[in-house]
Design a protein around this ligand. Structure first.
Ligand code: 3PG
Length: 215
């Protein structure tokens, strides 16, 4: 997957489910549930012990043709993590904040990624590396849609994936902005549903999110 293919996938997904998979067995089921609801992308955060094997399980499912999805690693914060996410079969990565070292290493490793930013200056440092799409985190705390509107004014052509504090109740306010490529969030894959294996509810949450996105 190339950087522009990643950005295209995110824009068609509209919503990027940020998941903290409790155990690797759930991973493929969650990815399938999301795809059934029309979301063909999943970000699996490196916050649980199962994360890398979960990414691998989804990547293997994709290779076997069991699900069609782009599987990425989230919460990537060090250069050292890049080798293991590549080995796990992740096709993209997301970082919570901006690190020039990490972004340079991603570009070198040819892993498309969406770096996190929280300021215009960080966006500018990313732009200097040739990047033009950024996660804005934590979007709600930073000021929500009003913050995005303000920072996009001096950065024409830059696209954002706001994440943090977004839910079904406010996602439309973000998606209404031209600068927003997609919204990230954990509300579509609540831990409770992943743990209980209530995958049809995840499909429903995905479908609801897609509906708002295409309204
Ligand atoms: C992330 O890592 O992107 C966030 O933890 C997701 O934020 P949310 O749980 O508020 O959606």
């Amino acid at each position: 997957m190339t950087q522009s293919e990643l950005e295209y996938s995110l824009s068609t997904a509209v919503v990027v489910p940020v998941t903290s998979i409790p155990d690797k067995k759930a991973a493929l089921e969650v990815a399938k549930a999301l795809a059934d609801g029309g979301i063909h992308v999943i970000e699996i955060t490196l916050r649980t012990d199962a994360a890398l094997s979960a990414i691998e399980a989804v990547a293997n499912g994709v290779a076997r043709g069991e699900v069609q999805t782009a599987v990425g690693a989230g919460s990537v914060s060090t250069v050292e993590q890049i080798a293991s996410i590549r080995e796990s079969g992740a096709t993209f990565a997301v970082t919570p904040g901006f690190s020039e070292n990490v972004s340079r290493a991603m570009i070198e490793a040819e892993i498309p990624h969406i770096p996190g930013i929280a300021t215009v200056g960080e966006a500018m440092r990313g732009m200097a590396l040739g990047l033009n799409c950024f996660k804005v985190f934590p979007a709600g705390v930073l000021g929500g849609p009003a913050f995005l509107k303000a920072i996009s004014a001096p950065l024409p052509g830059i696209r954002f994936v706001p994440t943090g504090g977004i839910s079904q109740a406010n996602v439309q306010e973000y998606l209404a902005l031209d600068s927003v490529l997609a919204c990230g969030g954990s509300w579509i894959t609540p831990s409770k549903l992943m743990k209980s294996g209530d995958y049809s509810k995840i499909t429903e949450l995905a479908r609801n999110a897609r509906e708002v996105g295409s309204a």
